[in-house]
Design a protein around this ligand. Structure first.
Ligand code: DQA
Length: 145
């Protein structure tokens, strides 16, 4: 069975309370349940992790390599637009990943149009809310098979 890590970056622990008109009503715990359900239906072994701290996300990508994780689905939050360190963690471990955003980052402020990850991702899903994570898992399975 393939192992997938579902990684969430800063402020995503506030989902449900945080700008619900942009990010939706589901909490991170609701989202984790939804993603876990989809993963089990797809026959994936899923682990989830969220941190507000850049270095902890970097460490988690390194750990994923040691744990034999096959694929990562990540919403890097605001680190999307700033983090060379997370980019380098993916380049260093060579774990394939999909970048997901709840909102359509291209319909928002121009500073959100820049991503340090998109060009090295397998793909990017942006603007479909929670359904984007289900789409990402589906795409991950297709990539892995
Ligand atoms: C986000 C978009 C980012 O620009 C923002 O900083 C987030 C969430 C999204 O899911 O739409 O924290 O990644």
């Amino acid at each position: 069975m393939h192992r997938v890590l579902f990684l969430n970056g800063p402020n995503l622990n506030l989902l449900g309370q945080r700008e619900p008109e942009v990010y939706g009503q589901l909490s991170l715990s609701d989202l984790n349940d939804l993603v876990a359900d989809k993963a089990s239906r797809l026959g994936l072994v899923l682990t989830t992790y969220q941190s507000n701290i850049e270095g902890e996300l970097v460490n988690r990508v390194h750990q994923a390599k040691l744990d034999g994780v096959d694929f990562i689905v990540i919403n890097p939050g605001a680190y999307t637009h700033t983090s060379v360190a997370i980019r380098d963690a993916f380049l260093g471990t060579e774990i394939p990943f999909i970048e997901v955003h709840l909102s359509n980052i291209f319909s928002r402020e121009s500073f959100r149009h820049q991503s340090y990850l998109s060009d090295i991702a397998v793909g990017v899903i942006s603007g479909f809310g929670a359904h984007g994570y289900e789409l990402a898992l589906q795409a991950a399975v297709e990539q892995l098979s």
